[in-house]
Design a protein around this ligand. Sequence first.
Ligand SMILES: [Mg+2]
Length: 359
Amino acid sequence: MRITEVECYRVAVPGPNPPFVWRDGLPGSWPDGEGAVLRICTDEGAEGVAFAARKGAIIENVVDRLLRQELIGEDPLNREWLWHRVWELDRIEEMPLYLLGLVDVALWDLAAKAAGLPVWQLLGGYRTSIPAQASTVTFSTVEEYLDVADQVRELGYTSIKLHAWGDWRRDADLCVRLREHVGDDFPLAYDGSAGFDLVDAIRLGHVLSEADYLWYEEPMREFSVTAHQWLAQKVSVPLLVAETSDGAHMNTADFIAAGAATGGVRTSTELRGGFTGAMRTAHLADAYRLRAEVHGPIIPHQHLCMAIPNTTYYESLITSNPVRREDCVDAAGLVHAPTAPGVGLPAGLDYPAALKQHI
Ligand SMILES: [Mg+2]
């Protein structure tokens, strides 16, 4: 089987309604914009598709300039070879992280469709359902967070992760009050979205340790492994690290070796180089008896959750108040394994109509 055609289309993607915000300093939810659909076709009729919700123009540019010529004529089942080719091209191009994995996701989609299996089973199925963790956006007041927490629990979620304001004192107060509100037995986690320097990360870390948080995620920008090592030496709350750093499993390995990944590492198709990079990262963590928690609510990540043994939750984003439960989460707070062959595209993205909607 050989790749004969590589198409990349920009598609219109509406922003979330209602819009939402993250911590101070970060842009909020994206406005109406352009994503991209990447489609890889073969001489035997098999095809694979991958979708990115944003940055369609950048993706189209890199596919047109670099990736199409690499792929045409190659065997699409040689995913390892093609993963390494993309990595080689990255050296000078410095591709955006979300682009590194897009070809790989399309190739897994192609192989899984050809096999008549959902991707998680081709990866190696481990489970058929997993609890969803309610991952909040940033709300206005402590009182609003407590109200959202009550709604989330009524909707079946069995764990909450906070994204808050990025002010360590204010966030610490929220974390303590939420712990008091939900009681000692309800698992809580906190995500700093890389908002702190080391001093404030330590201060907040002490509070999270005291309040028995499950993990303390991405407290600082992930450029300095040493800063995370020092933080891990200072606070007892487990650190969940290596989410947005470049370098897939190779970079993750240094966080682990430094003793900074006390609560595990993040993995994802988006930021760790597709399914291939995400599974490498998960297996690396497993070797050290660490968890590889799957970052972010997209369909490829539902597949990862079913194939990675050392993971705990599917990250389900709570973007509004009143709270709306994500469609893939059931009343018991569980996400079930996708059943259709391949990866599957988001609801509302009408494929192949989307491919015709060339902007
Ligand atoms: Mg995160």
